[in-house]
Structure formats: structure tokens, C-alpha cells
Design a protein around this ligand. Structure first.
Ligand SMILES: Nc1nc2c(c(=O)[nH]1)N[C@H]1C(S)=C(S)[C@@H](COP(=O)(O)O)O[C@H]1N2
Ligand SMILES: [Mo]
Length: 541
């Protein structure tokens, strides 16, 4: 075969690979939007994010512009990888089909090389099997809410359909573009004449590929508009905050690029593992069980002192222990392992799951749980950091060992109990040269109300004190909103400055057990921040 012809067939192979990849991407996007099947560019980052250690995780944040930057990078790499592999397989296919061995030694039917067919089948199967092995831990995710046991099967099937479609499209496109002279006898071993690309047909295949881009692009655009880039990490802070956070202001943290869009017709909550009687609940099943209303504050482990990954709401739902009791846990239960529709996992002690305040909720401040906060059902576990409050929950599995969830695998914890803390949210302050400072100067003799919040997980806040001299002396603060044992407390203090110059205003809380908030400064990694919130005030005459 001449060099020119060889290059020609390779180019056709690449083109066929590209067209087949475009078809596969279209199928994957359709499967993601309507069936909730996570495609590899999304599933691979989901699979490997928990295996990063925290330092690597944060250094990647810095390198790619935060969690959102990292998410974008992950998706972009995944897409690039998909196209690279798809095109490469096309090239190899062309080389194999046009190899002397392929042409000489095997009978051809319908103009197809048996070696070529074998190559595509084995490649597709191999990719499928490798995908199943590599992605196994996240195959139980289904972004439309199928429970883990069904989701694993549907994810596997979805991948198989995608890879098989790729293989068929590859062969069909290649076959369409390459022209062959007729072979007299199909059984001949004399060999099939080398194919010659036909320019017009190549252009046609290219046009089909280009046409496939249109719906994929539109659907990807739709996913992009739903992507979490604009809201992941939204804080709730500043002088205007209210004791009960409105749903649309409640802080949000999510590991996802596109959050689950659960439909209750797919969704089930499976209770299983180490139980006598595994159960599967529909949304209506759950909603018909006796419910409780409970105000509970949530806070992310990554919430710096004074920051706003921190909110409070009234949740309505069912005590998790009712669901567990109905399934009759066996002896030896150590933890519950929770799964979300997004493949997120987290765990806590079985005893914690059996506390009456650990809930499986479906309403937030009187409204159905908003999508971003876990529609239709999430877990609320007072006293533990936000990450344990699994959203879009689809599975509760009783396990007999200390299992690790998504972030714990990175090295967060092992203690997820929220330390007592307090901070100042009014008057307005901001970060100036690494220190928090009130934006407006105070005036000697003029009263200023310092306002803040205090939180002690599920221990309640008994008392808050304020210091105007960086912790030398303390005065009791007024409690404006006591909340409950499971919520934050809002406090205030009227200050009439008497001395000119700089003052560090700070606060400390005492929890319901009588323990005073520590002044030891601790970073958010790996067990959440501690220490005083210090805000500099400049007093003018
Ligand atoms: N399924 C699922 N649950 C999840 C997460 C997630 O990414 N997926 N993020 C966790 C983290 S880190 C926090 S802080 C809280 C935030 O809940 P919110 O967005 O409702 O405030 O949800 C937790 N539950
Ligand atoms: Mo979090």
C-alpha cells in the first residue's frame, strides 16, 4: 500500500473514531440528563477525589482556582480523554483493517474484516470491563435517584450501550467512507484489495459528525447551566443574617459539577446491610410515617472562624432510628454508611444514628427540600459537621466496621464533632491584610451594637461573653436568639468606646456542658477550625 493511501486510510480511521465518539457523547449526555447515568468524565473525578489526601486536594484548589476551578478542570480532562481514546481507537482500527494480515488471511463478509470486528469487540468489552473495575465504587450513583442496588446495574448497562454504540458507529463510518473493489468469492484467501478513501463520502461522514455536535452541544449547555459553578461554597454571613436562614440563602457545599436532579418516580431509600429485614421506601412511604419538626444548624468543616458556610433551618422528617428499627439491626452494628444519588458517601456511629435527633428529612422551613439541599430526602445529624448530613440520600447501610466516607478517605477527621465557636457578624467587617477589621471606625462616646453568633453542635450555647481588649477581660453578652440545643445562638453587646485607637473585639461561648470555647487556634484541616474570632476596631474622636 502506498504511503499516501496508508495515511488516507488512517485519516478515515481517525474520522470514524471521532464521529463514533460524538455519537457516544450524545448518548452519554442523554443518559445523564434523563436516566441519571454518570458518564466517565464525571464518574472518574468522583471516583478519585476521595483518594486524594487533603494537602493534594487543597494544592489542586490553588492550582485550578478553587473547588469550582478543579471541577471544571476534571470535566475538561475527562472530555478530552474520551475524544483522545475514541479517535485513537479509530486510528488503530484502520491500521488493523488495512494490515496485510487482515486483507490476506481472513474471509470478508459485507466488506468487514474479521480481525477488525474482533478488534472493535474486544476493545469495547475491555474498555467496559476496565470501566466497571475502576468505577465500581461510584457505579451505585444515579443522579435521577435510583437506589444503589439498581443504580449499579443501570450504570453498567449504560456504559455497555455507550461503548457498543461507539464500536458499531466506528465500523459503520469507516466502512461507509472506504471504497473496496468487489471480491469475487467471499471465501477467497487472496486478500481484499486495499481500501481507498472516497473524498465525497469522507466529507459526508464529517457532516454527520458535525450534525451530532448540535444536539450534544445544546444538551451539554443545559447541563452547564445547571452546573454548581455559581453556587458551590455560597456563604451565609454579614450584618443581615437572620436566626432562621431562608432556604434560598442557606449555605451550599457540594462535591458535584451538576447536582442530582432526582425524580421521586426513580428514587427509593434502601435500608440494608447488617439488618434482618432490608427495606426499600418510596417517597410516599416515607412521607406517610410519623414525622417530627426539628430546628438544626449545619456547618461545613471547611468553615473558617468568622466565615459563612453555616446556616440554620427547621427540618421535617423521620427519626432515622424508626427506619433502622423497622429493619431490625443485627448484633455487631458499628456504623451506618449513607449513600447519595451522586455517589457521595458518609458514615457515623450506629449509636449516633439511633439518637432521636438524627433525622431523614424531606422538608426545610416548611417547603419541600430544595434541589440543592438534597431533594427529595437528606440526612440531618446534629452535632457533626455538615459533610455527614448526606443530601439526595438513597441508601442507609448498617456496617460492622469503621467505614470511611468521601471526605474522611482524604484524611479529614477522624473526629467530626463540631467544636464550640462564636463569631461577630455586625457591624460589617472585612479582611484587611490578613486580619478582620470593622469597615467603619467607631466613635468615642457613641454606642455601637456588636452582634454575633455562637454554636456548640448539639450541646447548646449556655453563655456568650465579649472582650474589647483582645481577651484580657470579658463581659456577658445579651442573648437575642437562644435557639435550641441543636442550633446556633445570636447575641449582642452594646459598646460605648471610651478610648481612642485600636481595639480587638472578640467573643467566647460556653456550651451546655459548661465547657468554654477554646482560644487555641486550629486550622480547618483536618477536624475543623477553633479559636477566637478577633475583629479590629479603630476608635476615633
Ligand atoms: N450527597 C451529598 N451530600 C452532601 C454533600 C455532597 O457533596 N453530596 N456535601 C456535604 C457537605 S461537605 C456539606 S458541608 C453539606 C452542605 O449541605 P447544604 O449544601 O445543604 O448546606 O452537605 C453534605 N452532604
Ligand atoms: Mo462541608
Amino acid at each position: 500500500m502506498s504511503i499516501g493511501r496508508r495515511i488516507g486510510t488512517l485519516m478515515v480511521g481517525g474520522l470514524a473514531g471521532l464521529v463514533a465518539t460524538l455519537l457516544m457523547v450524545l448518548l452519554m449526555v442523554v443518559g445523564r440528563i434523563w436516566l441519571g447515568i454518570s458518564p466517565p468524565p464525571e464518574a472518574i473525578p468522583d471516583r478519585f477525589a476521595p483518594t486524594l489526601d487533603i494537602d493534594t486536594f487543597f494544592s489542586l484548589f490553588n492550582r485550578f482556582g478553587g473547588y469550582n476551578g478543579l471541577k471544571k478542570f476534571g470535566i475538561r480532562s475527562g472530555m478530552t480523554g474520551l475524544f483522545a481514546v475514541g479517535t485513537l481507537v479509530g486510528l488503530v482500527y484502520a491500521a488493523i483493517v488495512e494490515s496485510r494480515r487482515s486483507r490476506a488471511s481472513v474471509a470478508w463478509r459485507l466488506g468487514l474484516s474479521r480481525i477488525g470486528l474482533l478488534f472493535v469487540t474486544i476493545t469495547a468489552l475491555l474498555l467496559w470491563i476496565i470501566s466497571l473495575i475502576v468505577l465500581w465504587p461510584v457505579l451505585d450513583a444515579n443522579y435521577r435517584g435510583l437506589p444503589p442496588s439498581t443504580a449499579r446495574f443501570v450504570s453498567a448497562l449504560g456504559l455497555l450501550v455507550a461503548y457498543a454504540s461507539y464500536g458499531i458507529a466506528l465500523i459503520a463510518t469507516y466502512r461507509f467512507v472506504i471504497r473496496r473493489r468487489a471480491v469475487d468469492s467471499p471465501e477467497t484467501t487472496e486478500g481484499v484489495p486495499p481500501g481507498a478513501p472516497v473524498g465525497r463520502r469522507a466529507v459526508l461522514a464529517g457532516v454527520v459528525g458535525a450534525l451530532l455536535v448540535v444536539p450534544s452541544y445544546r444538551l451539554l449547555r443545559r447541563l452547564y447551566n445547571r452546573a454548581t459553578f455559581s453556587y458551590d461554597g455560597t456563604p451565609y454571613s454579614g450584618p443581615g443574617i437572620q436566626p432562621i436562614t431562608p432556604n434560598d440563602k442557606f449555605y451550599i457545599v457540594t462535591k458535584n459539577v451538576v447536582d442530582p436532579n432526582v425524580t421521586t418516580s426513580f428514587w427509593r431509600l434502601e435500608v440494608g446491610g447488617l439488618v434482618e429485614d432490608a427495606k426499600s421506601y418510596s417517597f410516599d412511604d416515607l412521607a406517610s410515617l410519623p414525622s417530627v419538626d426539628q430546628e438544626t444548624t449545619l456547618m461545613c468543616i471547611s468553615n473558617h472562624i468568622g466565615a459563612g458556610l453555616f446556616s440554620n433551618a427547621t427540618w421535617k422528617g423521620i427519626p432515622m432510628r424508626d427506619l433502622l428499627a423497622a429493619s431490625r439491626p443485627k448484633a455487631g452494628a458499628v456504623e451506618v454508611m449513607l449513600s447519595g444519588a451522586d455517589g457521595y458517601t458518609d458514615t457515623f456511629a450506629f449509636e449516633k444514628a439511633m439518637e432521636p435527633t438524627t433525622l431523614v428529612v424531606y422538608e426545610m422551613n416548611g417547603a419541600p427540600l430544595p434541589q440543592r439541599h438534597g431533594y427529595p430526602v437528606r440526612v440531618i445529624v446534629p452535632g457533626l459537621f455538615g459533610e455527614k448530613n448526606v443530601k439526595w440520600v438513597t441508601g442507609i447501610e448498617v456496617v460492622d466496621h469503621d467505614a470511611k466516607g468521601f471526605y474522611e478517605q482524604q484524611g479529614w477527621g477522624p473526629n467530626f464533632v463540631i467544636p464550640t465557636r462564636s463569631d461577630i457578624f455586625a457591624p460589617r467587617w472585612d479582611r484587611q491584610r490578613g486580619k478582620d477589621a470593622f469597615t467603619e471606625p467607631m466613635r468615642v462616646g457613641h454606642p455601637t451594637t456588636i452582634r454575633g453568633r455562637a454554636f456548640a453542635g448539639n450541646r447548646g450555647v449556655a453563655k456568650v461573653e465579649v472582650s474589647l481588649d483582645d481577651g484580657e477581660t470579658w463581659q456577658p453578652a445579651r442573648i437575642d436568639y437562644p435557639g435550641t440545643q441543636l442550633t446556633w445562638t445570636f447575641w449582642s453587646y452594646d459598646w460605648r468606646p471610651t478610648d481612642l485607637g485600636g481595639h480587638v473585639v472578640t467573643s467566647r461561648a460556653t456550651d451546655g456542658t459548661g465547657a468554654v470555647q477554646t482560644s487555641d487556634r486550629r486550622d480547618i484541616v483536618p477536624q475543623g477550625a477553633t479559636g477566637y474570632h478577633r475583629v479590629m476596631a479603630i476608635v476615633e474622636g
